[in-house]
Design a protein around this ligand. Structure first.
Ligand SMILES: [Zn+2]
Length: 143
């Protein structure tokens, strides 16, 4: 089955370390942002360096989408929320879990690659999502 990424440059499959988001760290203020851009949205700095980030994080806010939004051609239902990645940035992401009762604030999550749609020619569209980390606490830590 042919595949393509939902948009180039947003994530990497990793090189043995698992998938990661492609973020940028500002060379001037050192703050992180996602998606990666050459301009810093925090200080206006014009030099940022791409970094792999977001392999793991904690769930911050969530919902479950049960009706496909206009133009969306992937499976429903799907989880959707904000995840505070371990590098300290909150990102909007799909969630693998589709039962809201099984999601909780502070739940440990890990980045996975998943099908988010299918083109007319049968090409699978691959994007990222966060899945529960098995065996780790679902309660908020000392953060
Ligand atoms: Zn900056």
């Amino acid at each position: 089955m042919p595949q393509r990424v939902v948009h180039p440059g947003l994530f990497t499959a990793g090189n043995g370390n698992g998938p990661a988001l492609v973020a940028s760290r500002c060379d001037a203020c050192a703050l992180l942002h996602f998606p990666a851009t050459p301009l810093c949205p925090w200080c206006g700095g014009e030099s940022c360096t791409e970094v792999a980030a977001g392999r793991r994080g904690r769930l911050h806010l969530w919902t479950v989408v049960e009706t496909a939004p206009p133009g969306y051609r992937g499976p429903v239902p799907y989880g959707f929320g904000t995840v505070e990645i371990d590098e300290g940035l909150r990102v909007v992401a799909r969630l693998v879990e589709t039962d809201a009762a099984r999601l909780g604030r502070g739940q440990r999550l890990e980045l996975v690659l998943t099908q988010v749609g299918r083109d007319d020619d049968g090409t699978d569209v691959i994007g990222w999502a966060y899945a529960a980390v098995s065996g780790e606490s679902t309660t908020d830590g000392a953060a």
